[in-house]
Write a protein that binds this ligand. Structure first.
Ligand code: AHR
Length: 501
């Protein structure tokens, strides 16, 4: 058995973890909205046509924030198409996914749904086909109390009170050649600055997310970040990061190491933000919004055969396996470890489209393998992330050197009177004899030790059976503020221990 030691102390804190780290994302694409959250003919549909069975699963995930309405869809979207009486709403071509958008669901319906699942909306403004005028108009429509044409239109459409949307994205992936209205960095930076300025003149309580690169693989990565920040630094609060992973090579050791890529990506973007801060001699710090992250590759081949101009065709319907859940665990721990600068993150996406939750038309809903690590992190990864000092063996993989077999972090949650350890054992051969010394944190009893382990790495869940899910483990003890546990080979572990009062 391999040994691993971790030491933490309440004097060595990374940061308080923001609730918005456990956000998610619903785009008008595929079956995310239609046949996903919304299906008026479904037996569980509520009066507004939204599926109650889906709402229940979303609530299990305890999501504080949902990004909406896109994604690539955003860059050709006119939000006015989705307001007012449904019978008057136009059907439109969605050029991003080459489908037909019926506009049956728009911002009012989505806002009501988000309230029911206890989440805030992270709204995005279209800076692909639209600009400053539209950006200020949508903020006025959503957030201004009343007495103007746009705010009164919102009231007339059924929302007397403002939506009070706090977090706003300034476009989506504006560096991408696939993006409608793609822009050069300087052009996007100037547009985002002016749009952001106008939006904050309407409501100075909002927070703005500037588009970073679509991924760290983009040829303009890092210079894009520097240039857009150069133009818009004064007006924005966060810079976005997007990254999807896959195991195309079918190389498990390398796949599970891909959280190191996420860590490097975050640290590089922090470096650019701070470079621009220094260059501008500014006192303001730009934080990060990792507003698209997930595994995305299983559905690529299927999607390449998709026929255009359908309404809500199945798109990006990745079926996740156990190894994906392990990587998601490593990525969640990486986000927590960087919570001093990553203040917002959105698992992309939430229902049917690269999603933890799947639905059948007229039928069941079910939890994918990745549902569980995300749910447990969202439920228990709240509080203060403690700096993990870890000694463990490491390995070299195709793309990464010195990959530690153990990925772990501890979170101190004084409000709930507990500490929580999240840990992934990346070894397929060895269990880890794990000891975590909490030094100056006085520990009581174990509340719960939950593990996901022992499954075939390619095992999946289906609507008929959720095979891959956590189960309790007994192999744990706490003595003298030291937690000792056995972490099985290839496992995701969540250990909750009470604080001594
Ligand atoms: O989440 C799916 C797509 O991935 C989004 O529309 C886009 O922003 C990204 O390229």
């Amino acid at each position: 058995m391999m040994k691993a030691n971790m030491q933490v102390s309440k004097n060595f804190q990374i940061s308080k973890i923001e609730d918005r780290l456990y956000g998610s994302f619903i785009e008008h694409m595929g079956r995310a909205v239609y046949e996903g959250i919304y299906e008026p003919t479904h037996p569980t549909a509520d009066d507004n046509g939204f599926r109650n069975d889906v709402k229940e699963l979303v609530k299990e995930l305890n999501i504080p924030l949902v990004r909406y309405p896109g994604g690539n869809f955003l860059s050709g979207y006119n939000w006015e198409d989705g307001i007012g009486p449904r019978e008057n709403r136009p059907k439109r071509l969605d050029l991003a996914w080459r489908t037909i958008e019926t506009n049956e669901v728009g911002m009012h319906e989505f806002f009501d749904w988000s309230k029911e699942v206890n989440a805030e909306v992270n709204m995005a403004v279209n800076l692909g086909t639209r600009g400053v005028d539209d950006a200020r108009r949508i903020v006025e429509y959503c957030n201004f109390p009343g007495g103007t044409e746009l705010s009164d239109l919102r009231r007339q459409n059924g929302h007397e009170e403002p939506f009070a949307i706090k977090t706003w994205c300034l476009g989506n992936e504006m560096d991408g050649p696939w993006q409608i209205g793609q822009k050069a960095a300087v052009d996007y930076g100037k547009l985002a600055a002016q749009a952001g300025k106008a939006m904050k003149l309407v409501d100075d309580s909002i927070e703005l997310v500037l588009c970073g690169s679509s991924s760290s693989e983009m040829p303009t990565f890092a210079s894009w970040e520097a240039e857009v920040l150069d133009e818009a630094y004064e007006y924005v609060d966060y810079l976005s990061l997007h990254r999807y992973y896959g195991n195309q090579e079918n190389d498990l050791e390398n796949y599970l190491a891909k959280s190191i890529d996420m860590d490097n990506f975050i640290k590089s973007v922090v470096a650019v933000c701070d470079y621009v801060k220094a260059k501008k001699k500014s006192n303001k710090t730009i934080n990060l919004s990792f507003d698209e992250w997930n595994v995305w590759y299983h559905s690529n081949e299927q999607d390449s055969k998709n026929e255009p101009w359908q309404i809500a065709p199945p798109l990006l319907e990745d079926i996740y396996n156990f190894e994906d859940a392990l990587l998601i665990g490593c990525l969640l721990i990486t986000l927590m470890k960087n919570s001093d600068r990553v203040k917002i993150a959105c698992l992309a996406q939430l229902v049917n489209v690269i999603a933890p939750i799947m639905t059948e038309k007229d039928g069941r809903t079910w939890r994918q393998t990745i549902f569980y690590p995300f749910m447990q992190a969202s439920l228990y990864g709240r509080g203060i992330a403690l700096t993990p000092n870890i000694q463990v063996d490491s390995y070299n993989s195709r793309d990464f050197d010195n990959v530690p077999y153990l990925e772990s972090i501890a979170v101190l949650n004084e409000e709930e009177n507990e500490v929580v350890i999240f840990a992934v054992n990346r070894s397929k051969d060895d269990a880890i004899d794990f000891e975590c010394d909490f030094y100056d944190i006085s520990l009581g009893d174990v509340i719960d030790f939950s593990e996901m382990a022992g499954f075939d790495i390619k095992a999946i869940n289906t609507s008929a059976e959720e095979v891959v899910k956590p189960s309790p483990s007994e192999e744990i003890r706490v003595e003298n503020n030291v937690v000792s546990a056995k972490l099985k080979p290839l496992s995701w572990n969540v250990i909750r221990v009470a604080l001594n009062q």
